[in-house]
Design a binder for this molecule. Structure first.
Ligand code: SF4
Ligand code: SF4
Length: 462
């Protein structure tokens, strides 16, 4: 299971001690003197992978003059054994070999999901411009790699909004714990569990879209395909290293089966595509499978900072104000700054929200909540600097000058995708409506509560 062995590590043999990683680590987990090999304090690490993105200590892809042969290193990292790219000191142990073996066998009905931020980044691995939007080619390539069903995390992002929006409305109406915190970033959740356990009740009880999708595959999806749940192998393609840890959390199997069996990062997906000999650049555009692959614009903006908030507001407004939201673009929650306070008029009340990009920026707000001085109802926190488009599993920029540019281009493409989609609000997604009619009942209902919600607490760490 991927989550049990996916801790982020620094290989002392390749580390130069430059400490660029320590500068970006949001929890000060990197220890060591300048010029000496660094190590990660695993008790503090929240597995965001930002150190992997910035690491500049590497072994050449061509030589073997280090003590440990390259093939042994690749095997330790669960990477392709013939990989010809530099091996960096900071890395996570992947799942490439595991998933490749499952796909080449006949044992499982394989169902894949793909996060919003992957479709604006995977093309970069094939020499296409930074941020190129390729949902159609992504669906096509996943089918050619051999997945039985090509579904989508974006669908589950819409599902998350249905549940999270209903939870926020319920907390407001019943005077329950506020402010509510988003729970779709597992690194943020782990941070609250580790460092602010007294504030755990503020986290939404919703599972993340990855986990919601996985549990739907093993229940509703398995029934649709007339396959036994124990024959379904559920794979998630993510921009995020921490999603590997999240999938392995012990409580993430409420259906009786693990929601997600393996998580591949965007970079690992590129390895699979290359290993299969597929020319990504010439692929035709295809669609994700229905019904669990149909998504709205609200689902797709989960990939950028402010996206979860904007998606939630599109639905919460219509519930609380009891009238249609004329303009789905809520541009005030968008932007690059670390903290954005936005107040929205919804019916008879003013909803005060905060969007936080970059975990360190959340610290003053958490202290306000702890002191009982928070003046907002709902807070989105994404650990990575621009949200998931800048996640630790995304294509690595070798030149620092490209990093900010790539984040900007991926963000622009995400909003472009939202604007082009025929449905912009999660509750208007017809596949979501059908799922509630046929299987879940209603948001926060009995089945939803059992499968789509969880309890966060420190001792559940896997
Ligand atoms: S994975 Fe994130 S939290 Fe862990 S050491 Fe690296 S930067 Fe720090
Ligand atoms: S912001 Fe996204 S990519 Fe970064 S740790 Fe959170 S979920 Fe993962």
């Amino acid at each position: 299971m991927s989550g049990q062995h996916s801790a982020v590590t620094i290989d002392a043999e390749y580390c130069t001690g430059c400490r660029r990683c320590a500068a970006v680590c949001p929890v000060d987990a990197i220890e060591g003197r300048q010029g000496e090999a660094q190590s990660i304090n695993q008790q503090k690490c929240i597995m965001c992978g930002q150190c992997i993105q910035i690491c500049s200590g590497y072994a050449s892809s061509q030589d073997d003059f280090y003590d440990t042969p390259r093939a042994i290193k690749l095997n330790e990292r669960n990477m392709p054994l013939n990989l010809r790219e530099p091996l960096f000191a900071a890395y996570y142990r992947g799942d490439f070999q595991t998933v490749q073996a499952v796909l080449s066998g006949q044992r499982f009905h394989t169902i894949v999901q793909c996060a919003p931020a992957v479709r604006v980044a995977i093309a970069e691995e094939f020499g296409l411009p930074l941020g190129r939007l390729v949902p159609g080619q992504l669906a096509a390539v996943l089918r050619r790699i051999g997945f039985s069903r090509v579904y989508d995390t974006n669908f589950a992002a819409d599902l998350t909004i249905m549940e999270e929006g209903a939870e926020l409305v319920k907390r407001i109406k019943t005077g329950s714990t506020l402010p509510m915190f988003t729970s779709c970033c597992p690194a943020w959740v782990k941070f609250v569990e580790d460092q602010y356990p007294d504030l755990i009740a503020h986290l939404s009880s919703c599972k993340s879209p990855q986990q919601m999708a996985g549990t739907m595959f093993k229940t509703y999806g398995a029934t649709l395909d007339q396959v036994a749940a124990d024959k379904v192998y559920s794979v998630a393609i993510m921009p995020c290293t921490c999603k590997k840890y999240e999938a392995g959390r012990p409580e993430m199997k409420a259906s009786g089966y693990r929601d997600v069996d393996a998580v591949l990062t965007t970079r690992e997906l590129a390895y699979l595509i290359k290993a299969a000999g597929i020319d990504f650049r010439t692929l035709p555009e295809e669609s994700f499978d229905n019904p669990l692959g149909l998504y709205s614009g609200a689902g797709t903006i989960f990939g950028v900072t402010g996206g979860v908030m904007e998606a939630a507001l599109r639905t919460a407004y219509e519930i609380l104000a009891a009238k249609p939201l004329a303009e789905p673009d809520i541009k005030r929650v968008r932007g690059e700054t670390g903290v954005r306070h936005v107040t929205v008029d919804v019916g008879s009340m003013q909803l005060n929200t905060v969007v936080v990009a970059g975990l360190k920026n959340a610290l003053p707000l958490l202290e306000q909540v702890r002191a009982g001085q928070a003046d907002f109802h709902f807070m989105e926190v994404m650990t990575c600097p621009a949200g998931c488009v800048s996640g630790g599993g995304q294509p690595k920029m070798l030149l620092p000058v490209d990093t900010a540019h790539s984040h900007r281009q991926r963000t622009t493409s995400t909003y472009q995708h939202d604007a082009e989609l025929p449905i912009r609000k999660s509750h208007e997604n017809s596949a979501i409506q059908k799922l509630y009619r046929e299987f879940l009942g209603e948001p926060l209902g009995h089945t939803s509560h059992q499968l789509l919600h969880t309890h966060y607490r420190s001792e559940t760490r896997g």
